[in-house]
Design a protein around this ligand. Structure first.
Ligand SMILES: C[S@@+](CC[C@H](N)C(=O)[O-])C[C@H]1O[C@@H](n2cnc3c(N)ncnc32)[C@H](O)[C@@H]1O
Length: 289
């Protein structure tokens, strides 16, 4: 990993969030999260059509599952930059061995919104759930687009609305039922559901100077390999539950009650070998002019 570049404070809240306990949880549950989100990665890469020798930027790469698969697709002549604002997640990414036949990978600890990426150097910008956290998305995409060669592609996936994603909705609703509603926030504020509105995000990409913007919402099933109890534990630790509990001062007894209710609500998703959880995802593609 490169030494941290200067980060201005434009994404200071996300910087501190992903470098604190929340980021550490992604590290602790890395294998489970990668397993749960594997279909999403595979769908994203299938849509991106990476070619041998391409130079790729994976924004908000986290612990690097998508980065590594993109490197395998680009082959030894290609390169992938995995860029992320979290040193915790990047350290974890760096510990995973890279296939010798894969493209070289460089991990950068940077804010994608402001980092001075080499201009006109990249063929593709990809991201699995790593671009919804910018405080100024147009500025961020304008900055990252500079790094694309003319004609270079953008291909990423975000979550659709919370109500269509029970992985988020059930824990959030159960926590609110127990503790009361949290203050309503700006639906477009940085966060997992900030890119739920296809038209809004398409506008962001156009305003950033991209063309041929294509946006689609698709239903897929996430597959969790493990028990119902383990899935509940994951949902309670990585997701909206802890935010609600923290904001409303929930006690350990509340957390226990919330967890039991989530287990009973997620019972419907149990299938042989794990849980099949319906999800609604937004896929976006665009091109630099
Ligand atoms: C939901 S995680 C997704 C991680 C990874 N792409 C995956 O699918 O496993 C979001 C990631 O975006 C990163 N992130 C948030 N804001 C960022 C920014 N301004 N610049 C770069 N990365 C950022 C976080 O640190 C985190 O790793």
């Amino acid at each position: 990993m490169s030494s941290p570049t200067q980060k201005n404070d434009s994404n200071a809240m996300e910087d501190s969030y992903w470098n604190s306990a929340a980021g550490q949880k992604w590290v602790d549950f890395q294998d489970e999260m990668d397993s749960l989100l594997e279909t999403v990665k595979d769908q994203l890469l299938a849509k991106t059509n990476i070619e041998i020798g391409e130079h790729i930027l994976d924004i908000g790469c986290g612990t690097g599952a998508t980065t590594r698969d993109a490197a395998a697709l680009a082959g030894a002549g290609g390169s992938v930059i995995g860029a992320d604002i979290s040193g915790l997640l990047l350290e974890c990414a760096q510990q995973v061995a890279i296939d010798q036949n894969a493209a070289s990978i460089e991990y950068l600890l940077v804010d994608g919104q402001t980092h001075d990426f080499t201009e006109n150097s990249l063929d593709v910008l990809i991201s699995r759930f790593g671009v919804m956290f910018f405080n100024d998305p147009v500025a961020a995409f304008t900055n990252m687009t500079r790094a694309l060669k003319p004609g270079g592609r953008v291909s990423f996936v975000s979550w659709s609305y919370m109500n269509e994603n029970p992985w988020f909705r059930i824990p959030r609703d159960v926590a609110i039922d127990r503790l009361g509603a949290v203050a309503p926030g700006d639906p477009h504020a940085p966060g997992p559901m900030a890119f739920a509105d296809l038209d809004r995000v398409s506008g962001i990409l156009s305003d950033a100077g991209l063309r041929d913007v294509v946006a689609s919402s698709e239903k897929i099933d996430l597959f969790y390999r493990g028990t119902l109890d383990a899935a509940t534990y994951l949902a309670c630790n990585v997701g909206p539950v802890m935010r609600v509990v923290k904001e409303l001062g929930g006690s350990p007894d509340d957390v226990k009650a919330i967890s039991e209710k989530i287990t009973s609500e997620m019972q419907n998703f149990v299938v042989p070998g794990g849980l099949s959880i319906p999800a609604s995802l937004n896929f976006f593609s665009a091109r630099k002019g």
